[in-house]
Design a protein around this ligand. Structure first.
Ligand code: DLL
Length: 433
């Protein structure tokens, strides 16, 4: 392991120091947002709260929440807090329905974001001796630009590969000796499969991976680690709050440290909006306290998560968030039962299937249909038909016991489910409800 921290003073700050920093920065940001963001000022007024009422992080609960819908309603400039002439970049979410969300950055915002990503790279052992292979998409998506900026700050040799063209990825990886791979976990699994199929495993020098932007299980982590001979670390973030690097995993691999000197995290009950204590499961909410152009306060992420503040062996004091367990809005309700795609993945990987699967939900004659299509490994595929039928039965039993409802399980031949270079498409919900 190289240098352990990128900004040791902040990453290992005492609770008291962090509290003082947050107090000062929060008050400043609330005033900045109130003065320059008309729709936020209107929301604060509607709640009867003024900037002077926010004296410490405890007062956060007095502030109104913000959601993706608020940003969409004011598209594109409504929540911009700086003149456009001070902004140097936009990024945008992949967006599912309706208008995209556009986030704005000043140069200072970009510098802080890059530093957050640099912390993530150093935490996995990155130094200026490393070759950082960035296969997140570049463009409006924040993955590529974020890790690229972080890698520059660390002084590593940066390979701005972007996603796609797997043969070229593997060629650069072997020719230039990439040591740290940054991409989505599903693309990492796909690259691993191709590297192993091509018999090139002993020609790669990878030691670590920084994988995020989508939910992945511990089983998938172990599979990627084994197949690439690396340690795989999680990274989290969202466009509205900056991008990757809102939180990052350290060598302990037990959750992600939130960069609390920039983002204050809260967990709320998504129904009642009540703030929940540390250790409770609920929706993650972030307040940005250092941003200039897009200083969102109490932004509801829809990610279901748990925050903990146990001592970490890495020495960081930053609060930790567990792997998100799904989103309050991607949770499927099938025949009245709540289903998280991550639960299905856990079962599949636990039974030795590759992480290539699709969940297909439809509604026929007012009844939900629920199918899980799963790719077999080449070994499973060469088994006799009777064995495959038994496998389907076993998988159905395991899924039923995890979910409480029975899907139709279909095992398909290897490499028949479309691969993704970005976020994998796991759920196809055809219901028009
Ligand atoms: O996915 C930013 C990012 C890029 C994070 C690269 C990590 C690495 P968005 O496209 O705005 O931003 O999507 C944000 O993705 O609210 C989560 O639901 C999900 N997400 C991001 N990271 C993780 C993760 C980027 N490590 C949304 N685990 C978030 C689970 C994640 N879900």
């Amino acid at each position: 392991m190289g240098k352990r921290y990128y900004q040791e003073d902040m990453e290992t700050a005492s609770y008291d120091l962090m509290y003082r920093i947050q107090t000062e920065r929060l008050a400043k940001t609330v005033k900045h947002a109130y003065d320059h963001v008309a729709p936020y000022r209107a929301k604060m007024k509607a709640k009867g709260v003024e900037p002077g009422d926010i004296k410490s992080p405890e007062d956060l609960k007095k502030l109104p929440f913000l959601s993706k819908d608020d940003l969409r309603d004011e598209y594109p400039y409504g929540y911009l807090a700086k003149p456009l002439s001070d902004c140097v970049r936009i990024q945008s979410t992949s967006g599912t329905t309706g208008k995209r969300v556009v986030a704005f950055y000043t140069q200072a915002d970009i510098d802080l974001w890059d530093e957050c990503c640099a912390r993530a790279i150093v935490a996995v052992g990155g130094t200026n001796e490393d070759v950082v292979h960035v296969s997140y998409g570049y463009g409006l998506f924040t993955g590529g630009p974020g890790l690229n900026g972080g890698s520059h700050k660390v002084g590593s040799l940066t390979l701005p590969m972007s996603s796609g063209n797997t043969d070229r990825q593997i060629q650069f990886m072997t020719d230039l000796g990439s040591t740290i791979l940054c991409c989505t976990p599903s693309y990492a699994a796909f690259l691993a499969e191709n590297i192993n199929n091509a018999g090139l495993r002993d020609q790669i020098k990878l030691k670590a991976g920084i994988f995020g932007a989508e939910a992945w299980s511990e089983e998938m982590r172990r599979d990627i680690e084994r197949n690439l001979g690396i340690r795989a670390y999680d990274i989290y973030g969202l466009t509205e709050i900056s991008g990757p690097g809102v939180s990052f995993e350290c060598e302990e691999q037990t959750g992600m440290h939130v960069n609390e000197d920039h983002f204050i995290a809260e967990i709320i009950d998504p129904e009642t909006e009540e703030v929940l204590p540390l250790g409770s499961k609920g929706e993650l909410v972030f307040s940005c306290i250092t941003k200039e152009a897009f200083p969102l306060l109490r932004y509801r992420t829809r990610d279901i998560c748990v925050l903990t503040r146990d001592a970490c062996s890495c020495g960081r004091t930053l609060v930790k968030m567990h792997k998100p367990m799904g989103r309050s809005d991607d949770m499927l309700i099938i025949r009245g039962v709540n289903v998280f795609p991550s639960q299905i993945e856990t079962v599949l990987l636990g039974q030795g299937y590759p992480a290539n699967y699709q969940i297909i939900v439809d509604r026929v004659n007012y009844t939900d249909t629920f199918e899980v299509q799963v790719e077999m490994t080449t070994e499973m595929f060469s088994d006799e038909v009777k064995k495959v039928a038994q496998r389907e039965k076993d998988l159905l039993t395991a899924l039923k016991s995890m979910l409480g409802i029975s899907p139709k399980v279909t095992l398909v031949s290897p490499r028949t489910i479309a691969r993704s270079e970005g976020k994998a498409v796991r759920v196809i919900d055809k219901r028009k409800i």
